[in-house]
Design a binder for this molecule. Structure first.
Ligand SMILES: C[S@@+](CC[C@H](N)C(=O)[O-])C[C@H]1O[C@@H](n2cnc3c(N)ncnc32)[C@H](O)[C@@H]1O
Length: 391
């Protein structure tokens, strides 16, 4: 097994894995990015470790900085390198989640997993940044730092998770979304809106008068008629703009004991942000969800990851992912790749409580269960506020 990338500004490791469409580098994101040439990728889709939420058990991992501000600076530096390697007309789709300020300096919980991941890190006292219980606004802070650095923030997308884990909190609302920030490197960038349009609500080809008579919502007056076009043909014929609120259920990759995003998410970003054959980068590749999406869509992939176990998962996943037939819709692509069922209740096979990975015994009622025992369920509910951040 190749060794991890040693630190050093000009070090370029041998790829951990390479085939005609994918290259995986093992090592620290910043180190590997610094060794890549300028403008060598067309689009970046990624989800870095969130601040203070998970210990991936690897020296050099991000997310365990002493304060949220130090984390923001880490992200700023990493994404400055990412910007250099991105083509002039490229985009960055950055998924980030948040957490709350805590006074307690609780000890880290121990991991018994083979990949040392999925443990809660020692809680860092962040009350210098926000009052106790205050939302730290880490994603917004990162977005502002990147914007100050020259990135053009084009959208603050809300990723709504219809199947978000229940939270045991009683003095605030449950968190059910995360952000995906869309950044461009320059004002003119590649964005294929038509490729991600959603089915039109209104049947295409109907005249404005027909729509109005049917009492359909829409723009009235001249602007509305102009938008629909003279012959009654409208932009809606091509489908609706999907908007900046994306409802996508979490779909954990069964083999990965850590945060993965649902493949729906990179599929949409890559479809809009690239052309066939383009190179998609994920500097925090994990189980390779972005890579699988890139492969399905006929794009090339460059993944960077600290943990070789995760790269091994990604290699298996890349081997399984294959381009679908040309006429397959995004919906069909998602359904065909998705390893776990979507929906309000996930059919987990492993206990979802912190520090437990036991298999879940079959329920007599046939209802899907999340925990292996009542004790684990109670523990998970006590840790509810924290658990819900584990995507
Ligand atoms: C949120 S996970 C990404 C999950 C991925 N989107 C997926 O669907 O599988 C963040 C990943 O960043 C990796 N990581 C943490 N620190 C890193 C660093 N300094 N350089 C590269 N990867 C790092 C972790 O090992 C973890 O796999």
């Amino acid at each position: 097994m190749p060794a991890a990338v040693p630190p050093g500004p000009n070090y370029m490791a041998e790829p951990y894995y390479q085939d005609k469409q994918a290259t995986l580098y093992l090592g620290d994101a910043l180190t590997v990015l610094a060794a890549l040439p300028d403008a060598c990728v067309n689009c970046i889709v990624t989800s870095p470790p969130y601040w203070g939420l998970r210990d991936y058990g690897q020296p050099g991992q991000y997310g365990l900085e002493d304060s949220p501000l130090a984390y923001v600076e880490t992200m700023r530096v990493v994404f400055a390198q990412a910007r250099r390697v991105l083509a002039g007309d490229g985009t960055l789709w950055l998924n980030l989640g948040d957490t709350y300020a805590n006074r307690a300096n609780a000890a880290a919980s121990k991991s018994f997993r083979a990949d040392s991941a999925a443990v809660m890190p020692a809680r860092v006292n962040a009350t210098a940044i926000a009052p106790r219980k205050g939302l730290l606004m880490v994603p917004e802070r990162v977005a502002m730092a990147l914007s100050d650095d020259g990135w053009i923030l084009r959208n603050k997308i809300v990723w709504h998770k219809p199947n978000a884990m229940p939270q045991s909190v009683t003095d605030r609302l449950s968190g059910r979304y995360e952000h995906v920030f869309l950044f461009a490197k320059s004002p003119r960038y590649h964005f294929d809106l038509d490729a991600i349009r959603e089915p039109a609500v209104t049947a295409p080809g109907r005249t404005w008068a027909q729509r109005k008579a049917a009492g359909e919502p829409g723009r009235h007056g001249l602007a509305g008629q102009a938008a629909l076009g003279r012959g009654g043909f409208s932009a809606a014929a091509a489908g609706r703009n999907p908007g900046d609120v994306w409802a996508m259920s979490t779909r954990p990759y069964p083999e990965a004991h850590f945060a993965t995003f649902p493949i729906d998410l990179p599929l949409r970003c890559i479809t809009a942000g690239t052309r066939p054959g383009d190179v998609v980068l994920d500097p925090f590749s994990g189980s390779g969800t972005t890579g699988a999406a890139a492969r399905i869509l006929g794009r090339r992939y460059l993944g960077i990851e600290l943990n070789p176990t995760y790269h091994d998962l990604a290699i298996t996943r890349l081997a399984k992912a294959c381009a679908g037939p040309r006429n397959e819709t995004l919906h069909e692509l998602v359904r065909n790749e998705t390893p776990g069922p979507a929906g309000p209740v996930r059919n987990e096979t492993r206990c979802q409580a912190p520090r437990c990975d036991n298999p879940i015994p079959k329920a007599r009622t046939g209802r899907p269960r999340r925990f292996c025992s009542p004790a684990c369920r109670a523990r998970a509910h006590r840790a509810g506020a924290v658990l819900t951040h584990i995507r």
